[in-house]
Design a binder for this molecule. Structure first.
Ligand code: ZN
Length: 320
């Protein structure tokens, strides 16, 4: 998995280079059509070198050089403005404005970089394209029946309320946001809602790891194997503990061995202690979860989750 990081670093270097050379080409094209601009640029560059060489000169000389550079820059701006351009237009158009596509901020990996690596690791390279389609703007309440079955909630009103509260969750997202658990039958929109939340938070630059319970347990299991270091980079397991939001889909489908249960709840516990947010979804109801995991473990953590019950008939049938 070290390969994954190196591969991503290469992509970033290329992306950054392309942005810079594109900007350069754009600039050259425009500058060539404005009289005098290229000469001014050249003079500024020359004076820049002179100013470096004159570091040990008298203060007066250096000030003179800087004044000259300043005057040239102003002249450059004036010419550009006259031709209808601003200097910002020739800056590279980096995808990430935080790290300028270097992948590094203050000596640490930028959030965009971590997300890129995480997306690859967790097999969610397609996640971003899914998220483009499944977000709060594309949520279709009409798919939910407006009639409540006897003794049950009205599905449409229910989903509208859940959606509003989940959207608010993303607006307020932070260390005190708390944790959510989505329950309900298959196909009633739980995964869609997680996608909405993840899409919203990714856009805000929140560090999100999103995976199915099955893949999560598998990763935890592999991380305990003796040849672990060769197969998985430690940072990926650390990400499960460190990310701002861990979204786990389909709890209850994993292979719940004692080991899996222990590892899983250690992770959940640690995150709760660290006030790091978690969203769970499950097709099981609380009784079934109790049966699968021990009552003792479950009751201890459930107090930290706000439950949302999704109701309705299977939307996937309606969509097909
Ligand atoms: Zn970045």
């Amino acid at each position: 998995m070290k390969k994954l990081i190196e591969e991503t670093q290469k992509e970033y270097a290329l992306r950054r280079e392309q942005a810079i050379s594109q900007a350069q080409r754009r600039k050259e094209k425009v500058f060539a059509n404005i009289d005098g601009l290229s000469e001014i640029e050249e003079k500024i560059a020359q004076l820049g070198i002179v100013s470096l060489q004159s570091l040990h000169d008298k203060e007066d000389n250096r000030i003179k050089i800087f004044e000259e550079i300043d005057a040239l820059k102003k002249e450059k701006q004036r010419l550009l403005k006259e031709a209808g351009y601003s200097e910002e237009e020739f800056l590279p158009d980096f995808q990430c404005k935080k790290c300028n596509d270097s992948g590094v901020v203050d000596g640490e990996s930028c959030i965009c970089f971590k997300q890129q690596v995480a997306a690859k690791l967790y097999g969610t390279t397609s996640l971003l394209s899914v998220l483009e389609k499944e977000n709060f703007d594309t949520f279709n309440f009409e798919l939910y029946s407006n009639k409540a079955q006897k003794g049950k909630k009205n599905p449409r009103q229910n989903i509208k309320q859940i959606s509003a509260e989940c959207l608010q969750y993303t607006v307020d997202f932070g260390r005190h946001s708390g944790n959510l658990i989505f329950t309900g039958a298959p196909g009633v929109g739980k995964t869609f809602m997680i996608n909405c939340i993840v899409a919203e938070l990714l856009q805000k630059g929140v560090y999100v790891v999103y995976m199915t319970a099955y893949d999560l347990i598998d990763l935890l299991r592999k991380s305990k194997l003796s040849d672990y270091a060769q197969t998985i980079d430690a940072s990926f397991v650390e990400a499960l503990y460190n990310c701002d939001l861990l979204a786990i889909d389909d709890l209850g489908t994993e292979n719940a061995t004692d080991f899996a249960i222990d590892e899983f709840f250690n992770l959940i516990n640690k995150r709760l202690l660290d006030k790091k947010q978690i969203i769970l979804s499950t097709n099981l109801n609380l009784n079934e979860l109790n049966e699968m995991y021990s009552d003792r473990i479950l009751s201890r953590i459930m107090g930290y989750f706000t439950p949302y019950e999704f109701v309705g008939s299977d939307l996937r049938l309606k969509l097909n």
